[in-house]
Ligand binder design. Structure first.
Ligand code: UD1
Ligand code: UDP
Length: 373
């Protein structure tokens, strides 16, 4: 009988980075692969499932407007239990650091099912930054059995924490695999028409620790930059969290060179990234994609668990205070030397074959465990 793998994910970034791996696993005939989505995100998850043509075997449909972390955790735990009992997978795969990842891993652990953690070992070692992701990924790593670390630095973090070297595999990040299928040199859209010859600043912001006054400061800095630079336009696909939408609408009201849109599907978004003059973001995944595309990123945070992009020169921490964000953006609009230094494509997150490496290792381990029964 073929060994079964159950991939569980629920938010946009997990889906984008699990999609290439799910496709790869579905192509391996020595395995049976099933997909369970929690739908911690609804519309933003569905956009990704549609683009990558993934039809889940299970959909927990848990999202509620303004949901709390406890609500997400308990709903996933309660709903996943019966699925794990019924399916009895040989391995549960989770990704990254969301509350879906944490709760799905905990559920597998309670059901005594081995866990494979994709994107393991990222750390800031500051438990509130980002919140709650830093704690989530440490919780997941504490109970995982196989660690797919995107970089050597992540592997070192895991080794320092006492994980065994033979449990850890450095694979690259599957975000780069996804980029191979989305970026199109001939891309053109209503948004690129709107931007025209202006310099495009692509903005995203959604972190829970930035909600409220911190996010307002970030937006005020962007508004000042736009008011002072006539050749600059901002595209901001607003995260549907009601707390983000209200702040964005309040601060950018009346700014006609700031385009607030609904979340863009990943094909549009990756192509806009590749055309942007500059990206401003508090996102995690965008910090992995931008170095590959050679687009400079100002990270709207004080810490990052992705130091490789900072070391490579593509990412710079701009903080979250209005003045520091304003100064950092203004510098990149006026200083062509600094801008040029940040605009080189580098590859700290792999070569676009992470999914193949992860699938190879899963097949090897599961065939081995089958043979040893
Ligand atoms: C979650 C993850 C975060 C990740 C982010 C990616 C946790 C704790 N946080 O944060 O790590 O960076 O996703 O975007 O797991 N909403 C919709 N439709 C959607 C998605 C969200 O309406 O498709 C709204 C809902 O009101 C929801 C709210 O956004 O309650 C917040 O979503 P939630 O998943 O709880 O938190 P995120 O901030 O998205
Ligand atoms: N992204 C997207 N559409 C958007 C904004 C982002 O497809 O409008 C993609 C982006 O390219 C990256 C992922 O979503 O692959 C990042 O997700 P997000 O910022 O929501 O979460 P994080 O990475 O911070 O956990």
């Amino acid at each position: 009988m073929r060994q079964k793998v159950l991939a569980v994910f629920g938010t946009r970034p997990e889906a984008i980075k699990m999609a290439p791996l799910v496709k790869e696993l579905l192509g391996r005939d020595t395995l049976q692969t099933k997909v369970c989505v929690t739908a911690q995100h609804r519309e933003m998850l569905d956009q990704v499932l549609q683009i990558f043509q993934i039809v889940p075997d299970y959909d927990l449909n848990i999202m509620r407007k303004g949901q709390s972390l406890s609500e997400i955790t308990t709903r996933v735990l309660l709903d996943l239990d019966s699925i794990l009992t019924q399916e009895q997978p040989a391995l549960v795969l989770v990704h990254g650091d969301t509350t879906t990842s944490f709760a799905a891993a905990l559920s597998a652990f309670y059901n005594r099912i081995p866990i494979g953690h994709v994107e393991a070992g990222l750390r800031t070692y500051k438990k509130d930054s980002p919140y709650p992701e830093e704690a989530n990924r440490q919780f997941v790593d504490a109970i995982s059995d196989v660690f797919f670390a995107p970089t050597e630095q992540c592997r070192q973090n895991l080794i320092r924490e006492g994980k065994k070297a033979e449990q850890i595999f450095v694979t690259g990040n599957t975000a780069i695999d996804a980029l191979q299928t989305t970026v199109d040199l001939d891309y053109h859209s209503e948004i690129t028409d709107w931007v025209g010859k202006s310099r495009l600043l692509l903005l995203t912001a959604h972190r829970r620790e930035n909600l409220g006054s911190t996010m307002e400061e970030i937006f005020r800095a962007v508004r000042r930059v736009v008011q002072e630079n006539e050749d600059v336009k901002v595209v901001y696909p607003v995260h549907p969290n009601p707390a983000v939408v209200s702040t964005a609408e309040k601060v950018f009201h009346g700014c006609d060179r700031v385009l607030l849109t609904k979340p863009l599907d990943v094909v549009h978004f990756h192509n806009l990234m590749s055309r942007a003059y500059l990206i401003l973001t508090d996102s995690g995944g965008i910090q992995e994609e931008a170095p590959h595309l050679g687009r400079p990123v100002l990270v709207l945070r004080n810490t990052t668990e992705r130091p490789e992009g900072v070391a490579a020169g593509t990412l710079k921490l701009a903080g979250t205070a209005e003045e520091s964000v304003y100064e950092s953006v203004s510098q990149l609009l006026t200083d062509s030397t600094v801008y040029g230094q940040m605009s080189r494509a580098v590859n700290p997150y792999g070569d676009g074959h992470a999914s193949r490496r992860i699938a190879d290792e899963i097949v090897r381990q599961l065939l081995q465990s089958d043979g040893s029964r």
